[in-house]
Design a protein around this ligand. Structure first.
Ligand code: ADP
Ligand code: MG
Length: 748
């Protein structure tokens, strides 16, 4: 099995949604729109080109043309995109490659439509449901010597926090209308084996399309429950559905090998600029965080596409770290950039196209992940083998009826097991009966033998129960593994398969055609000059003028492009400066407080204990006592030993005097208990009649008010040193030793 190791670019496709009703109504009056009715986007599906027309520009302004791997115009179907672009990727995942599909674009341009679509209508199902179907169908069609294990995880990144959408704690039954879900945020980790991963992320084994769909629904419910404003939330959070397919198959060396393919299905947050105007303090930080992942993604793409800069800022955000392998690493990646055709979104559409255009140049190095150490399938197989061995061992012990030559436990039917059980129980019962009937035995002897039989029956029962448990476990484990070669060969299935293959061939064909067309176009431009021979000077002038004009137009395009990019650069710089100014102001405020209100000594102590944790991008307190050693010995200073058993240290002299006979001088100075007195409060309802108010009027009826004893409130103290209390193990040590993770705002 050769490991395929080659380089390929990120595939970028563009999809344009139809105008919606509102946009159509708005466009009704406009006449000069080349991109269909009212649209500013023109698409050539055959060539893979997008032409963008500037609705605000002067009439003669050249249009902007971009070329991509493929483009899908508003009339395109979900199936078209899937068959042509996604299907090959999913097939690669089943072969053990990593694959990623992410949808990028402004809010409302069809990212979620493309990724999820309308679940209930087969025609309008998006990439995710189709991929589910695809994965499980392919597994059922694969050869019988393959075993599969499919797992799924679902997470969301919102404000730079990773939330597990399948966390079982989230799905615990809860009181409706009380959304007290506290989202547990997860951390990212990196291992040389599996790259960047999310620690403690729930991952569920799925056995069918239905199961994996249910998982997705479950996750979506948590999303909508957790968010106060779902629309806002969904346009600002990134969701990632991760499917891991492990496949064990026999290699040429006769041994079983495991291949692991990971598929990331990513629906990104809306790419539009978040307006930051009028945002202060906490809100500002929040706003900055919302788009951090997307701007970091842009920087990563730029750095990778540029190819010159050595440093790729993956670590700048959670999203880019999670997609590290998908961008410039070990994965096959498809980016679907979505557009809206309406004139009012010209700027955003252009930005999306530029972004997508840059991503085309990213080189990935996908390879088959073979026999990774952390394959779960391997563990499952081991566990199953162990259970099987246990069961066959028990079987060997429990009964001897099996013929020789049959070895191992074969997962026989339940009825047979049950029959065997009743048979053995019956035999014991018979033996007991025989003992009872036997007149030659003494009563005592009888009792003993019967007891023995009882015990045997008890043992037998235990044994059977244990076997039953093992069998159940074995079956549960085995049912999780999917074996190829099942449920094929019925006629419709066969036809469907042929149909799919045909469709795939057609998609492949059109893709190749497009590639060739694109190449021809490029070559044409280059070789035009070489091929031309001119019969007359006049002709030559004409041809060259034509060419000049063409090149001039091109030059204008490039110039406009440079101007645009410059403008954008200036704009984003201004925005950044503004943000920076506000943050600086905030920092100054914090400094002012620290410098003026926190004692220097305390400040130094705090500063000395702070360390920066780059994993979590946070400042943390180092514990006073290293956590792992605090159990063995403590580096904490102990309280002076002189105070053992007393509230405070007392001198040797005082102690001796005390022992000699309590001299009043050495008795405690605290002669009062100042604890709260627990007598009942006296409450009386006021019956306040003004006419009765005389000089000696008191609102309280004087006769039945219980007067509190003065002595009850101030009780004489026992001397503190007469009853030494046992010292509780110093609580302060414990609380100080616990690892504090509080983030001091001052340090930020
Ligand atoms: P996003 O996730 O990018 O914010 P949505 O997927 O929610 O956008 O799409 C916004 C609206 O546009 C939805 O009502 C969706 O049904 C519709 N829509 C998007 N793309 C298409 C398409 N290709 N064909 C038909 N309707 C679409
Ligand atoms: Mg969406």
């Amino acid at each position: 099995m050769s490991k395929v190791k080659s380089s390929e670019t990120v595939k970028v496709v563009i999809r344009c949604r139809p105008l919606n009703r509102k946009e159509e109504a708005a466009a009704a009056g406009v006449t000069r729109t080349p991109g269909g009715v009212g649209g500013i986007v023109e698409m050539d599906m055959r060539l893979g080109q997008v032409v963008l027309w500037n609705p605000h520009g002067p009439p003669g302004e050249p249009r902007k043309t971009f070329t991509f791997d493929s483009v899908y115009d508003p009339s395109s179907k979900q199936r078209d995109l899937y068959d042509e672009t996604v299907r090959p990727l999913i097939d690669s995942v089943l072969d053990g490659f990593n694959g990623t599909i992410f949808a990028y674009g402004q809010t409302g341009t069809g990212k979620t439509y493309t990724m999820q679509g309308v679940w209930l209508e087969p025609e309008r199902r998006g990439v995710i449901p189709n991929a589910f179907e695809h994965v499980f169908t392919q597994i059922s069609r694969s050869s019988a010597d393959r075993q599969y294990l499919v797992r799924a995880s679902y997470l969301e990144i919102y404000r730079e926090e990773i939330r597990d959408l399948l966390d079982p704690n989230m799905h615990a039954p809860h009181v409706p209308n009380v959304h007290t879900h506290t989202h547990h945020t997860l951390e990212l980790r990196e291992s040389p084996e599996s790259g960047v991963y999310v620690r403690d992320l729930t991952s569920c084994v799925c056995k069918s399309v239905k199961e994996i769909q249910e998982l997705m629904n479950l996750g979506n419910q948590v999303r909508s429950v957790g968010a106060t404003d779902m629309n806002e939330h969904s346009s600002r959070s990134h969701t990632l559905f991760l499917i891991t397919v492990e496949c064990s198959l026999p290699g040429p060396d006769g041994r079983q090998h495991i291949r692991v393919g990971r598929l990331n299905l990513v629906d990104l947050a809306g790419s539009e600029r978040q307006a930051k105007t009028g945002v202060h303090g906490e809100r500002l930080k929040e706003a900055a965080k919302i788009n951090l992942s997307l701007s970091a993604l842009g920087n990563v793409i730029s750095a990778l596409a540029d190819g010159r800069s050595g440093h790729v800022p993956y670590r700048d955000s959670k999203l880019t770290r999670l997609l590290q392998d998908s961008l410039g690493g070990n994965a096959k990646t498809v980016m679907v950039a979505t557009l809206g055709p309406a004139p009012q979104h010209y700027e955003e559409t252009l930005t999306t196209l530029r972004y997508a255009n840059r991503a085309k140049n990213i080189q990935n190095q996908p390879r088959v992940n073979e026999d990774p150490k952390d394959a779960l399938l391997r563990e499952f197989q081991k566990e199953i083998a162990w259970l099987r061995a246990q069961l066959s061992h028990r079987e060997g012990r429990g009964k001897h009826r099996k013929e020789e030559g049959e070895e191992g436990w074969d997962g026989e039917g339940d009825e047979e097991v049950e029959k065997e059980r009743t048979l053995q129980e019956g035999r014991l019962e018979e033996e007991k009966e025989a003992i009872r009937e036997d007149g030659s035995l003494l009563a005592e002897e009888k009792q003993r033998l019967l007891g023995e039989k009882e015990r045997m029956m008890g043992d037998l029962k235990k044994e059977w129960d244990a076997t039953e448990q093992l069998t159940a476990k074995y079956k549960a484990m085995e049912s999780k593994l999917l074996v190829g070669g099942k449920n094929i060969m019925d006629h419709t299935n066969e036809q469907q398969k042929t149909l799919e293959i045909r469709r795939q061939e057609i998609a492949e064909q059109s893709r190749r055609e497009r590639e060739i067309q694109q190449q021809v176009m490029v070559q044409d431009e280059e070789t035009l000059e070489l091929k031309e021979t001119f019969s007359s000077l006049q002709q030559e002038v004409e041809a060259k003028t034509k060419k000049l004009k063409k090149l001039y137009a091109k030059l204008q395009c490039v110039k406009a492009e440079i101007q645009d990019v410059n403008d954008e650069h200036v704009r984003s710089r201004q925005e950044l400066e503004q943000t920076q100014n506000q943050l600086t102001r905030e920092l100054k405020f914090k400094f002012l407080i620290i410098e003026n209100f926190i004692p220097l000594e305390e400040k130094n102590k705090i500063m000395n204990r702070l360390t920066f944790d780059p994993e979590e991008d946070q400042w943390k307190f180092t514990p006073l006592v290293p956590a792992e050693r605090s159990g063995q010995f403590s580096q904490m200073k102990k309280r002076p030993a002189s105070a053992v058993g007393y509230k405070r240290p007392i001198s040797q002299y005082a102690r001796v005097s005390l022992a000699m006979g309590a001299h009043s001088r050495y008795r405690a100075e605290n002669i009062m208990f100042l604890e709260l007195d627990m007598t009942h409060p006296t409450t009386v309802s006021l019956d306040h009649r003004p006419s009765e108010v005389g000089p000696n009027y008191s609102p309280y009826p004087t006769d039945n008010v219980p007067h509190r004893e003065r002595a009850a409130r101030v009780r004489m103290s026992r001397s503190w040193c007469q009853t030494p209390r046992a010292i509780t193990s110093s609580t302060s040590t414990v609380s100080l030793a616990t690892h504090s993770t509080a983030t001091p705002t001052a340090a930020q």
